[in-house]
Design a protein around this ligand. Structure first.
Ligand SMILES: [Zn+2]
Length: 141
């Protein structure tokens, strides 16, 4: 994949990716809502200020952008240009993700990580959410 974006354009794109109210996150929220689960958004007192928190289930759902969080799928591939710039940033994000996951787990929270590329497959996503909230599966990065 050739990176055709200018550095400025990519920076703008990354700012968008990083912003909280992304479409994949909205999709997951509305699905949870339809399944009858109630949740809170961005509990600031939890490690990493997780996106979706279900206090009654002591559970957290994280919706990760593939690029920004360095997923192993094709969307998570780094651009060939400016690799020196984005490489360390995304590595740092991944390190922070792992630390947050560990801290949440230590504090007794169950964590489900959903990747942006998984959100489009609604049937599979619904299955995973239900399995997780019925405490039948665990997920790590
Ligand atoms: Zn992905």
């Amino acid at each position: 994949v050739i990176d055709r974006l200018t550095p400025e354009r990519r920076s703008a794109l990354m700012r968008n990716v990083k912003s909280r109210d992304t479409t994949p996150e909205r999709t997951v929220r509305s699905l949870l809502h339809r399944l009858g689960y109630r949740f809170r958004l961005q509990k600031k007192d939890l490690p990493g200020t997780p996106d979706i928190v279900l206090p009654r289930h002591r559970s957290v759902v994280l919706v990760n952008g593939c690029y920004w969080h360095g997923h192993s799928c094709r969307n998570g591939r780094l651009p060939k240009s400016r690799l020196d710039f984005w490489g360390p940033k995304i590595r740092a994000n991944r390190q922070r993700d792992r630390r947050n996951l560990r801290d949440l787990s230590t504090a007794g929270w169950r964590v489900l990580v959903i990747w942006q590329c998984e959100v489009k497959q609604e049937k599979a996503l619904r299955k995973r959410l239900l399995a997780f909230l019925r405490e039948k599966c665990r997920s790590t990065i």
